[in-house]
Design a protein around this ligand. Structure first.
Ligand SMILES: [Cu+2]
Length: 158
């Protein structure tokens, strides 16, 4: 009876350990696939409801803050990769599917994995590789910095 109780309480702990082991890179190599959209998030308001922000946005084409138009509406926009973090285990076979949704084109590089391509609106660009190097690798659009940036995290195999 007491033994059964120990097993019952130990099992969730063991499952937790197994999940942790997988998260730390001990899982068998597998194929991992992600879809990453190039988007331009936009928002704005009328000045009579919300004043035009006085603090500047960071320099670079990734941000835009537009003064009130003839109707008094101002807008802010930011270019993004979404999701902006991809986590895989070392030796996984990775496919990243980039989808150009907003913005005409995005010259994109994945430093450390020697990937460089032009992502265009209306197109889907697939990039495949074996994640054989552990570390954190920047995925950068050269046109819409500094906001249009993601990272590939390759957890080391133990
Ligand atoms: Cu871009």
């Amino acid at each position: 009876m007491a033994f059964n109780r120990i097993i019952q309480t130990a099992t969730p702990a063991l499952l937790g350990l197994a999940a942790l082991a997988m998260a730390s890179g001990q899982a068998a190599a597998e194929h991992r696939s992600f879809t990453i959209a190039a988007i331009e998030a936009k928002g704005g308001a009328a000045v009579e409801k919300e004043p035009f922000p006085t603090d500047p946005v960071p320099a670079g084409a990734g941000y835009g803050l537009h003064k009130p138009d003839q109707n008094g509406r101002w807008e802010i926009e930011v270019y993004l990769f979404t999701p902006s973090q991809i986590i895989v285990n070392q030796d996984d076979d990775v496919t990243l599917e980039f989808v150009g949704v907003n913005g005409r084109n995005h010259p994109t590089t994945i430093a450390g994995y020697d990937k460089s391509f032009m992502l265009e609106r209306g197109h889907v660009t697939q990039v495949s590789f074996k994640a054989d190097k552990p570390g954190v690798f920047a995925i950068v659009c050269g046109a819409h910095g500094p906001s249009m940036r993601a990272e590939l995290v390759v957890l080391p195999r133990k």
